[in-house]
Design a binder for this molecule. Structure first.
Ligand code: BTX
Length: 331
């Protein structure tokens, strides 16, 4: 069903200037003319404007601005990422659906997108503000052939993907705040949540959740995050096409993942450090036991933050509070 629709969209898109007759479509798709008509009605529900002229046929007048499985898959230039794609108007959390589908055997590269989340999740049981149509609320199911200890590499990889898409598409200067926040001008534009199901030495699946603020006006954020959250629209001064942005992220993700499989973690580490927030700068760090000043050096393959203490010694941090400094991000 889905592939007939994709073929139909392709035929219509490639002949935008002309009409294609119902008979021609029925021949090319090898379905009845009634089935063609039913597909047209479905496309209209997806937001395509289609002109049906007697004796001439059908023609697309305008593409939908709403996000749907069809619009996301049309023009998606990937080999495996998003080939199985589920779109919902409203969910509690795309992560929950990701886990359900993964348990039912959904393949590597399955993508879940929602227009709105009622219970968007952040890390450590925090919540993620995900209002209707204002951002990208998406989860990706991955089945990497990795040991569970390597899972943080996938999260770091995802952060580099988002940073590069923002830098290239948005022409902004994103930074990655350890471990996984994407900041623009010190404000959080995007967050990543990685959840996994694993055996002792093998990952069964990872559900990687990506939240990106796209079209919010700054004043739309709730009071408690307004001072530290921003959106792509806020940074660039104009609204963005969410469908196209998702397609760019999926394509870049697929490419980066393949580079990772071929070349290992090194290229990811270098890209992460290129975008790393406050890298080579001195910050104040505190743990349960102490508080001290150190310089941020980079990341390690296990996801740790590498720091240099004032006495020149190097140390790996897995969790710590960081004071990001004057004019910096406020946690
Ligand atoms: P985090 O724990 O690093 O960030 C959560 C914190 O960020 C919140 O406590 C709040 O202070 C702040 N915050 C909440 N919403 C926003 C927002 N829209 N923009 C900026 N700051 C915010 C980061 O967790 C991981 C977020 C992943 C979200 C995706 S969306 C798709 C998928 N489904 C799902 O339920 N979660 C993931």
């Amino acid at each position: 069903m889905a592939s007939t629709r994709m073929k139909l969209i392709n035929l219509l898109e490639n002949n935008r200037a002309e009409y294609i007759s119902g008979q021609e479509l029925s021949n090319q798709l090898d379905i009845s003319r009634t089935a063609v008509w039913k597909h047209m009605k479905q496309l209209e529900l997806d937001g395509y404007q289609i002109e049906a002229a007697p004796r001439k046929g059908y023609r697309i007048i305008s593409n939908p601005d709403k996000v749907s499985q069809n619009t996301l898959q049309w023009g998606l230039e990937t080999k495996w990422m998003g080939k199985h794609l589920h779109h919902y108007d409203q969910v509690n959390s795309t992560q929950d659906i990701g886990h359900e589908l993964a348990k039912e055997g959904a393949p590597h590269g399955t993508v879940i997108v929602a227009d709105e989340q009622l219970k968007g999740k952040g890390r450590k049981a925090r919540s993620w503000h995900s209002k209707k149509g204002e951002g990208i609320w998406m989860s990706i199911i991955l089945r990497p052939d990795l040991a569970p200890v390597q899972a943080p590499q996938i999260t770091l990889l995802a952060a580099t993907v988002l940073a590069q898409v923002l830098a290239v598409e948005g022409d902004v200067e994103p930074q990655i705040k350890w471990p996984n926040d994407l900041l623009i001008d010190h404000k959080k534009v995007s967050g990543i949540l990685t959840e996994m199901q694993a055996e002792q030495d093998h990952i069964q699946y990872i559900v990687i959740g990506i939240g990106m603020n796209v079209n919010q006006d700054g004043s739309k954020f709730p009071d408690d995050i307004r001072y530290k959250a921003s959106s792509l629209k806020e940074s660039t001064g104009h609204a963005w096409d969410i469908t196209k942005l998702i397609q760019k992220i999926l394509k870049k993700f697929e490419h980066t993942y393949e580079v990772f499989l071929k070349e290992g973690f090194k290229p990811i580490k270098l890209t992460w450090e290129h975008y790393g927030y406050r890298i080579d700068e001195t910050v104040t760090i505190s743990t349960m036991k102490k508080k001290w000043k150190a310089t941020l050096v980079g990341i390690e393959a296990d996801g740790a933050l590498q720091i240099r203490n004032e006495d020149g010694s190097h140390e790996k941090l897995y969790s710590a509070e960081i004071e990001w400094g004057e004019g910096g991000y406020h946690a």
